[in-house]
Design a protein around this ligand. Structure first.
Ligand SMILES: [Zn+2]
Length: 94
C-alpha cells in the first residue's frame, strides 16, 4: 500500500467519523502487549529497529509502537498516533 492509498483511507474514515455513521465492526486482529513486554515481543518477531507504520508510513520503533498486525503472514506495526489506530479498523475493508 502506498501513501496516496492510505490518505484515501484516512479521508474515508474521517468522513464516516464526522458524519457519525454507523461504524463497521473491526475485522483486524490487534495483539495487545503489555508495555514492559513490547521490546521482547518486538525482538521475538524479528522486526528491524525501525519499520514504517502500516497506516501512515512514518517510522515506528519499540518506543512508539501501538499495535502489531498480522498481514499476509507478515507482521505490520502501527504507530501511536490515535488516527492511525483508528484507521486500522478500515484498512481491510478495501
Ligand atoms: Zn502511523
Amino acid at each position: 500500500m502506498d501513501n496516496s492509498r492510505s490518505s484515501e483511507t484516512l479521508a474515508y474514515s474521517l468522513n464516516l467519523f464526522l458524519k457519525g455513521e454507523h461504524m463497521p465492526k473491526p475485522t483486524v486482529t490487534i495483539h495487545a502487549v503489555h508495555e514492559r513486554n513490547i521490546e521482547k515481543y518486538w525482538d521475538s518477531l524479528k522486526l528491524p529497529d525501525s519499520q514504517p507504520c502500516y497506516v501512515c508510513k512514518e517510522p515506528v520503533t519499540k518506543k512508539n509502537v501501538a499495535a502489531f498486525v498480522p498481514v499476509d503472514g507478515k507482521v505490520e506495526v502501527v504507530c501511536d498516533k490515535p488516527l492511525c489506530f483508528f484507521n486500522l479498523h478500515y484498512m481491510k475493508h478495501k
